[in-house]
Design a binder for this molecule. Structure first.
Ligand code: COA
Length: 166
């Protein structure tokens, strides 16, 4: 039977699994902040996000099991997104998460554009954005300080029109 894929708001009971994913070396090394996040820090982040109605914290679920996380931060007609899949997710999970989140962004939230940023060494995310139809709109040079190195950040954009004509 085909997986039933859904998206729901993150709630407080998701915090342990989200922190486990976020602190996993395969995820943490691609984030702007690379230290291990403490439970206290994580809780404070969640509470801060809850006070901002422009931030959507989303859990991607397959057949009732959380498989990935995405965040949309809305600014007028567009949103910045961030995401990761469970470190033990099978191949293809990211693509399904991407489709589900982008459908939500363009259909439910009625956004005109979704923007993503990837560290220049995150080849998986760069290929992933392109596979979803994003355009590489520019490069922010030496923009992030990662383990004492200044690295470029690739900026991606996907318009509603691009998505609807996929
Ligand atoms: C990026 C991420 C979400 C992709 O999820 P995934 O389940 O591996 O992706 P999929 O298997 O669905 O792959 C979809 C497409 O993305 C691209 N892709 C994904 N991982 C890739 C990799 N390691 N190298 C090259 N291309 C990759 C491919 O184009 C792939 O299509 P294909 O399989 O037909 O070639 C996942 O690797 C992840 O969570 N990474 C760590 C966190 C992260 O980097 N988040 C983004 C920060 S900007």
């Amino acid at each position: 039977m085909a997986d039933v894929e859904t998206l729901r708001q993150v709630d407080v009971t998701d915090l342990p699994i989200l922190r486990r994913w976020r602190n996993h070396p395969d995820i943490r090394r691609y984030m702007y902040t690379q230290h291990e996040i403490t439970a206290h820090e994580h809780q404070a982040w969640f509470e801060r996000m809850q006070t901002n109605p422009q931030v959507h914290l989303l859990m991607y679920v397959e057949d009732g099991t959380p498989r990935g996380y995405a965040q949309l931060t809305v600014k007028a007609h567009r949103a910045d997104w961030g995401f990761y899949v469970s470190p033990d997710a099978k191949k293809g999970t990211g693509r399904k998460l991407g489709h589900t989140v982008l459908d939500y962004a363009f259909h439910e939230l009625q956004l005109e554009k979704v923007c993503g940023e990837a560290l220049s060494f995150n080849e998986g995310s760069i290929a992933f954005h392109k596979a979803l139809g994003f355009t590489h709109e520019g490069t922010l040079r030496a923009h992030a300080c990662i383990r004492s190195d200044f690295v470029d950040v690739f900026c991606f954009g996907l318009l509603k029109a691009d998505w609807l004509t996929e």
